[in-house]
Write a new protein. Structure first.
Length: 230
């Protein structure tokens, strides 16, 4: 079963959820505020996060954007009392995989968590991912990558692009998905366009020249990471 992080400031709800999900066979860790959640995410491997939005110290939406900057593949289910359409749209656009409002049905929460975890294709944190097709490895905890034993020199944007392609290896990643991942970082400047993306893709192709992998341009749709032709 999965190792889940529950980030919830309501003591009764947090403890109750931990007990119920623990009985369902999951390993559960809890955090009562966003700052503690960040510390746990930096030190522990998790397979999924249940995230409240109204958190002390670090707001839930801010924490979600922080997660998407550093742990692109980590599944996140928002569990909140904010039930407006605008809130749902903001949460999903910020990178949540699912959105459930309070009060909620426990059976539905378990079903949504199960579905979210099944869709997850990458280790959520720590270790490295090695594609069967080549020698490329990524560290999901920080912007580091290697070809064999040699480190790849990557900018933050190049690493974010590569992580997204690896997470969807063999599938098309839309240009808008890459731009959204970049712009979810509060430190990034707005207004990035397709021309800038093409430059980063070109740079990344050159750095992957000896990896056994290729970034293919799928006309009108986006990019796909695939095995390079022999």
């Amino acid at each position: 079963m999965a190792h889940l992080l529950i980030v919830e400031d309501d003591d009764l709800l947090r403890d109750g959820l931990a007990a119920q999900l623990g009985q369902a066979g999951h390993q559960v860790t809890t955090a009562a505020n966003g700052a503690l959640a960040q510390e746990l995410l930096e030190s522990t491997r998790f397979d999924g996060v249940v995230l409240d939005l109204g958190l002390p110290t670090v707001d839930g939406m801010q924490l979600l954007r922080w997660i998407r900057k550093r742990l692109l593949a980590l599944p996140v289910l928002i569990l909140t009392a904010r039930d407006g359409v605008e809130d749902r749209v903001e949460g999903l656009n910020a990178g949540a995989d699912d959105y459930l409002t309070k009060p909620f049905n426990l059976a539905e929460l378990k079903a949504r968590l199960g579905s979210m975890l099944r869709r997850s294709r990458l280790p959520a944190f720590g270790g490295s991912l090695e594609l069967p097709a080549g020698r490329l490895r990524l560290d999901a905890t920080q912007p580091l990558a290697w070809l064999g034993d040699e480190p790849l020199e990557l900018t933050q944007r190049e690493w974010a692009l590569l992580s997204l392609l690896v997470a969807n290896a063999g599938q098309v990643v839309g240009r808008e998905d890459v731009l959204a991942a970049w712009q979810s970082d509060p430190g990034e400047s707005p207004g990035l366009g397709s021309n800038a993306l093409e430059v980063y893709v070109h740079r990344l192709r050159r750095k992957l020249a000896d990896s056994g992998l290729n970034i293919r341009n799928v006309r009108g749709l986006g990019y796909m990471l695939e095995t390079a032709a022999p």
